[in-house]
Design a protein around this ligand. Structure first.
Ligand SMILES: [Zn+2]
Length: 426
C-alpha cells in the first residue's frame, strides 16, 4: 500500500517485518553458467552478483570483491568501484590498478593519508574508471588471487558481542583470524595484512573483521566465493541453537513482553515528518513498515540500551544514523546527536552532517525510515530490519556490541561523501 501527498514528499509503504532468521545458506552457483564466461574477471562479476543478490549477505552498496591478474607482465588488481552495487556489477564496474605500489604502501606502513591517496590515485590505470573501493588497499595487501568482503548478518550476529574473542576462537580460530576494529582504508588494510601474517596459516580461508564483517580469499574466484559461504555457514551453525526462542524451559519469556512508555508526546506522523524535514534542511521521503513484531526488542532495549548501541556494521550508519528516535522527542534527539558528532569528529566536521533521525521506532507507527529518495528510505528500512535481527540474535548468545562510537561517526562522515566535499571546497 502506498500513497503520496500533494507535495510528493510523503510516501507510506507498509509491509510485514521480515524476521525469519535463515538456518541454512543456499548456494546458487552454477558451474554451467560460470564456465560460460571466458575470463576470471567475468566470473568475479558473476559471483559478486550472487553474493550481492542475497540480502542476508550484502545490502545496498555494501561489500566489495577483487581479483589479481597478470597482464603484459604486470600484476593488475581489479577492485569493485566505490558505490557500485554488487547485485548488479559487470566486469566494467571493476577498476584496474597497478598492484605493486599498493602492496608496498601497506608493507612499508606509509601511514600518511595524503600520500596514501596519491599512491592509490597514481595506481589507477584508466582514469575514466570508477573511483576504487574504500577497501582497495586491503584487497591489494592480501596475497591471494581473489578476495571478497561482505557484512553478512550471521557473521555479525555471531561476532558483534562483548564476548567476541571467545566466540571467535570457538567458531573460527586460525581458519579466519580476528582483526580488531580498524577504520576502513589504510588502517584496516594494514591490520588485515598483519593479522594474516601473525595468526594465519596454510588452512586460513579468510579474516573476521571485528564489528564490521568478513573477508574470504582463494586461488581463484570459485574458491574465494565458496570460502565466503563457508565462513557464513560456520556462524549460522553456531547461531542455530539460539534461533528457537524463548528457550523451551520458559526462562526467556520475560524478554518477549512488549513494554513501552504510554505517555507518548501527542503528535501525528505527518507533523513529525515535517519537523524532521525542517531539522534536516531538505525534504525526506518516508518508508513505513507497519508491523509490530519487532516491538519485543524494545523491552530488551529498555534494560540494556540495545538500540542505542549502534548499527551492525558502521557503513549502515550512513542510511540509518547511529541510533533511532524512540520517544518522539525530536529536540532531545537533535541535541544528543549533535553532541555525539561534535565529540567524535570535532565541531568543524560535525557541522557538515545533519542530525535528523533516519529511523523512528514507535508503538503506533511501527518502523519509519527516512531518506533523500524513496529508494534510500527503503534501503534504510531494510538495513535497520537486518540490524534488528543481528542485535536480537547477538543478544541471545551474548551482549550485543557495535563498533566504537568515534569510528561510526567517522564512517558517517566519509561514507556520506563529506570528506570528499570538504576537500573540494578547501
Ligand atoms: Zn565493509
Amino acid at each position: 500500500m502506498s500513497n503520496t501527498n500533494k507535495k510528493g514528499v510523503l510516501f507510506v509503504h507498509t509491509e510485514p517485518y521480515n524476521q525469519a532468521v535463515k538456518r541454512q545458506l543456499n548456494n546458487p552457483w552454477s558451474d554451467q553458467v560460470a564456465n560460460g564466461y571466458n575470463t576470471e574477471l567475468e566470473r568475479l562479476a558473476y559471483s559478486s552478483r550472487l553474493l550481492g543478490s542475497n540480502p542476508d549477505i550484502v545490502l545496498e552498496g555494501g561489500g566489495n570483491t577483487s581479483i589479481k591478474l597478470q597482464e603484459n607482465d604486470l600484476s593488475i588488481l581489479y577492485v569493485k568501484g566505490s558505490g557500485r552495487n554488487l547485485a548488479q556489477v559487470t566486469q566494467e564496474d571493476f577498476t584496474p590498478l597497478l598492484l605493486s605500489p599498493l602492496q608496498r604502501a601497506v608493507e612499508d606502513n606509509v601511514n600518511h593519508a595524503p600520500l596514501i591517496e596519491k599512491i592509490v590515485a597514481q595506481a589507477v590505470i584508466n582514469p575514466d574508471s570508477a573511483r576504487p573501493s574504500i577497501e582497495t588497499l586491503m584487497h591489494a595487501a592480501l596475497p591471494y588471487c581473489c578476495v571478497m568482503h561482505t557484512h553478512a548478518d550471521s557473521v555479525l550476529a555471531a561476532m558483534n558481542v562483548d564476548e567476541i574473542h571467545q566466540v571467535h576462537s570457538t567458531i573460527y580460530g586460525s581458519l579466519a583470524p580476528l582483526v580488531d576494529y580498524q577504520h576502513s582504508g589504510f588502517d584496516l588494510a594494514r591490520a588485515c595484512w598483519q593479522a594474516l601474517k601473525n595468526q594465519g596459516n596454510d588452512q586460513s580461508i579468510g579474516l573476521i573483521l571485528a564489528f564490521h564483517g568478513a573477508v574470504s580469499f582463494g586461488k581463484d574466484v570459485r574458491q574465494a566465493y565458496e570460502n565466503m559461504l563457508h565462513l557464513i555457514s560456520l556462524a549460522q551453525n553456531y547461531l542455530n541453537p539460539f534461533i528457537d526462542y524463548p528457550p523451551a524451559d520458559g526462562s526467556g519469556d520475560h524478554l518477549l513482553a512488549p513494554s513501552w512508555p504510554t505517555s507518548l508526546v501527542e503528535l501525528t506522523l505527518e507533523d513529525l515528518h515535517k519537523r524532521i524535514n525542517a531539522l534536516a534542511g531538505f525534504p525526506l521521503h518516508l518508508y513505513q513498515v507497519k508491523d509490530f513484531s519487532f516491538m519485543k526488542l524494545l523491552a530488551i532495549h529498555q534494560r540494556t540500551g540495545l538500540l542505542e548501541q549502534g548499527p551492525a556494521t558502521p557503513q549502515h550508519a550512513l542510511y540509518t544514523k547511529r541510533y533511532p528516535l524512540l520517544n518522539r522527542d525530536l529536540k532531545a534527539y537533535a541535541r544528543d546527536y549533535r553532541h555525539y558528532l561534535d565529540t567524535s569528529l570535532g565541531t568543524a566536521d560535525s557541522a557538515w552532517i545533519d542530525v535528523a533521525p533516519r529511523i523512528v521506532i514507535d508503538s503506533q507507527w511501527g518502523l519509519c525510515a527516512f531518506g533523500k529518495t524513496l529508494k534510500e528510505a527503503q534501503a534504510a528500512s531494510l538495513m535497520y530490519q537486518h540490524d534488528l535481527q543481528v542485535m536480537e540474535l547477538a543478544q541471545r548468545h551474548g551482549h550485543y556490541r557495535s563498533a566504537p562510537i568515534d569510528s561510526i561517526a567517522q564512517a558517517e562522515f566519509e561514507y556520506g561523501g563529506y570528506a570528499l566535499r570538504k576537500k573540494t571546497t578547501l
